[in-house]
Design a protein around this ligand. Structure first.
Ligand code: GDG
Length: 472
């Protein structure tokens, strides 16, 4: 922290800073706040206590002094080209990501990647240690930074540390593959509170701690010897969305008009099905497309009546598994469209693009059914966004059992996406669902999402950290 900045009583540590570097109106480079719910939830907290946020600005080699944006102090961590390749694309996205998503794609284990992960985690921990006030609170986010809690505790034993894990934590049988499995558990146990999306993730973590480190687990707590003995709590804090902008956009006349325009542009099909995902192998996009293609081939659906819109936003394009996934999906889409399109109607409108939030909400409003068929997903916010926009209480959410969201959104049409026949039946159920049943289900889903928004989530997590501090 620069000499001019006072220490911060509250510090967030995340791989990315909550800002993106974009072109301003006159072609100059400016910072724009990232649209994510995490920033929205934490902004009031950050502003109230003059908090600081440690993270990477998203460009390799960029060295930046601390700066301030929208009342939040930003403390940039520099990553070199090699750091991005080995710590971020390598260990984070090609080792941990596939391993923690049940090895849907094969995790790559490379010792140089691990070394980079340790090196970069230490850099983040040092930056946080430098910024936080005596007795302050640090909240670390996600799988890129699992070693930060313990590294930070070594440097700053006075600080209360929380960690939230946004992705699944796998069963021990899979976790045990990781050559550095004990070190990662020890890293996480540096926190006072380790938060997960689902109860099952916390259970998996605690089972790994018990089996690998031979520590005694009692309920949701474990006594850790590192920097202790200290009690570490591990439990579920299911994340949610900032519902306000979704509800507001869904009510805007221009957004509603745009939804009608989208429908007309697709040739006014009776039903629009929608998928919105980062183009990632965890999202089950291929399974969804396969099921839809078979329904067309069998004549259970026709392109005159039903169109599938698939937004697949570009993601991790330098990681091999993602390059291969893109080829597979695009081949499947082209085949189905080639077989079934007419001059006026398309089977799948595939968009490998990112869109502004207004357009996403217009799509949610246009969609008669939202297909979330992830093979494994920490939570899946798209499911919650769709529900938040449906103030007409219409529309059907088809939701994979393997998402964190399925633990909460029980009135969705729940599916096992590996079961293609079951998935086809679920799509048919959504297409044919009577309006009254749609309303009954959607009302219950909306109540759940609107009452448990991202503010409730951050409040819960911070309250758990406060408990730790007051019991010190
Ligand atoms: C990770 C975990 C967990 C997507 N395309 C566009 C766009 N998006 C937005 C969606 C949504 C977000 O990106 C994706 O969030 P998800 O939760 O669906 O999935 P991940 O990116 O994998 O997120 C996940 C989450 O962290 C939070 O803890 O739920 O399980 O994997 O908000 O709307 N937004 C815009 N244009 C796009 O083209 N504007």
């Amino acid at each position: 922290m620069s000499a001019a900045s006072p220490p911060a009583s509250f510090v967030i540590v995340a791989n990315r800073l909550p800002v993106d570097r974009v072109q301003g109106p006159d072609g100059e480079e400016i910072w724009r706040r990232s649209p994510g719910g995490l920033v929205a939830a934490l902004e009031p907290v950050m502003q109230a206590v003059d908090g600081a946020w440690v993270g990477w600005a998203g460009q390799a080699g960029l060295e930046l002094a601390p700066f301030r944006e929208d009342g939040i102090r930003l403390l940039p961590v520099t990553l070199s080209d090699a750091d991005v390749e080995e710590y971020y694309e390598g260990f984070s996205n090609d080792t941990i990501w596939p391993l923690y998503h049940d090895v849907i794609s094969s995790p790559q284990y490379h010792r140089e990647w691990w070394d980079a992960y340790v090196r970069v985690n230490r850099r983040f921990a040092e930056r946080a240690a430098d910024a936080v006030a005596q007795g302050g609170t640090v909240w670390v986010h996600d799988y890129q930074l699992q070693l930060v809690p313990a590294l930070l505790r070594e440097l700053r034993p006075d600080v209360t540390i929380g960690y939230f894990h946004h992705i699944p934590f796998p069963a021990h049988g899979l976790y045990a593959q990781l050559p550095w499995r004990d070190q990662v558990l020890q890293g996480l146990l540096g926190a006072d509170v380790v938060g997960f999306q689902r109860a099952q993730d916390a259970t998996n973590f605690l089972a790994a701690v018990r089996r690998r480190l031979r520590l005694e687990v009692k309920g949701s707590t474990v006594v850790a010897p590192y920097g202790g003995p200290r009690t570490v709590t591990a439990r579920a804090f299911p994340i949610s969305i900032d519902t306000v902008p979704y509800v507001e956009l869904a009510a805007r006349p221009d957004v509603r008009a745009r939804a009608a325009e989208i429908r007309a542009g697709l040739g006014n099909p009776k039903k629009i099905l929608l998928g919105v995902d980062r183009l990632d192998y965890t999202k089950g996009i291929g399974h969804r497309i396969k099921a839809f293609g078979e329904l067309l081939a069998e004549g259970r659906l026709s392109v005159e009546d039903v169109t599938l819109v698939q937004v697949a936003s570009p993601s991790r394009e330098r990681v091999d598994a993602y390059v291969q996934l893109r080829e597979e999906i695009e081949l499947a889409v082209a085949r189905i469209n080639g077989d079934h399109d007419t001059m006026d109607h398309t089977a799948i409108r595939y968009l490998h693009q990112g869109f502004p939030r207004e357009e996403m909400v217009a799509l949610y409003l246009a969609a008669d059914a939202m297909l979330v068929t992830a093979l494994r997903d920490g939570m899946n916010l798209v499911a919650k966004e769709y529900v938040a926009t449906r103030d007409d209480h219409r529309g059907v959410l088809v939701l994979s059992e393997f998402t964190g969201a399925a633990d909460e959104l029980r009135q969705a049409v729940l599916v096992n996406p590996h079961d293609i026949e079951g998935l086809k039946d679920a799509i048919m159920q959504a297409v044919e669902m009577p309006p009254r049943e749609q309303t009954r289900r959607m009302r219950a889903l909306r109540r759940r999402v609107l009452e448990n928004d991202v503010n409730a989530w951050s409040r819960d997590f911070l309250a758990a950290l406060d408990d730790v501090r007051s019991n010190r």
